[in-house]
Design a protein around this ligand. Structure first.
Ligand SMILES: [Zn+2]
Length: 240
């Protein structure tokens, strides 16, 4: 099964590179954002925020698709804002058009298949939880998905190593479910499964406009200005 998935992934990767995909800016060519993501992933960097000098923030939406995904995508589109969606694979059936709508608005990331904490998974579990969602997203968007957010923000050494081997960048956040504390370079965690997210998103977008901050995707944030790095006991990470 694992070999088969890998073969499918490789075949799609080749197809994706040859055929420009209309849903995501940059088409089949590698965008500056994808290159920035790859460079950080190869270095084993974990991302908590972007560079504080650019007047950009990344709004991220976890746990969908869900009941409020449509309202979130509509709100972003009307504001001319872009977002990053970390999806739970088994919920992809909830709204079949979600990936298309979300890919058109920004970037897609993997948030596991069933939203289990990585701390509960062995190697086979990691492959099922991480590999399966990623493959489904790749199959439906035609793009290689290189962003991952661990459920509950829980990282483990085994998962860190597994994701690094896959070339997938772990993206956490520096602001959670709140409009306060947002600074240039912030990565804001929101949930498109919660009703309060839609009014909160509207208020955040108004506030960003007032402060001349632009909402971009995580890859765009990382490409616009190289994040400052530091090290902690788990390895290199962005300095927030
Ligand atoms: Zn989550």
């Amino acid at each position: 099964m694992r070999v088969l998935l890998l073969a499918v992934t490789l075949a799609l990767a080749t197809a994706g590179a040859a055929t420009p995909h209309p849903l995501v800016d940059g088409g089949g060519a590698r965008t500056a954002g994808e290159l920035a993501v790859d460079r950080l992933a190869r270095g084993g960097v974990t991302v908590y925020c972007g560079n504080r000098r650019a007047r950009l923030v990344a709004l991220t939406f976890d746990d969908g698709p869900g009941p409020y995904t449509r309202a979130v995508t509509r709100t972003l589109r009307r504001a001319g804002a872009r977002g990053t969606f970390f999806l739970v694979g088994e919920r992809l059936a909830w709204w079949r058009g979600a990936l298309r709508a979300e890919a058109g608005l920004g970037a897609i990331g993997d948030h596991t298949w069933t939203h289990r904490s990585l701390a509960t998974l062995d190697g086979a579990g990691l492959n099922a939880e991480v590999g399966r969602t990623r493959s489904a997203e790749i199959a439906r968007t035609g793009r290689i998905i290189s962003l991952f957010r661990p459920p509950y923000g829980v990282r483990t050494p085994a998962a860190d190593a597994y994701l690094r081997r896959l070339g997938v960048l772990q993206v956490l956040w520096d602001v959670a479910d709140s409009g306060s504390g947002i600074r240039p370079g912030s990565i804001v965690l929101l949930h498109d499964t919660r009703p309060q997210t839609v009014p909160l998103l509207r208020s955040i977008l108004r506030d960003l406009r007032r402060r001349h901050l632009r909402a971009v995707t995580v890859p765009e944030l990382l490409a616009a200005a190289r994040p400052r790095l530091t090290r902690d006991d788990r390895g290199p990470r962005t300095s927030c």
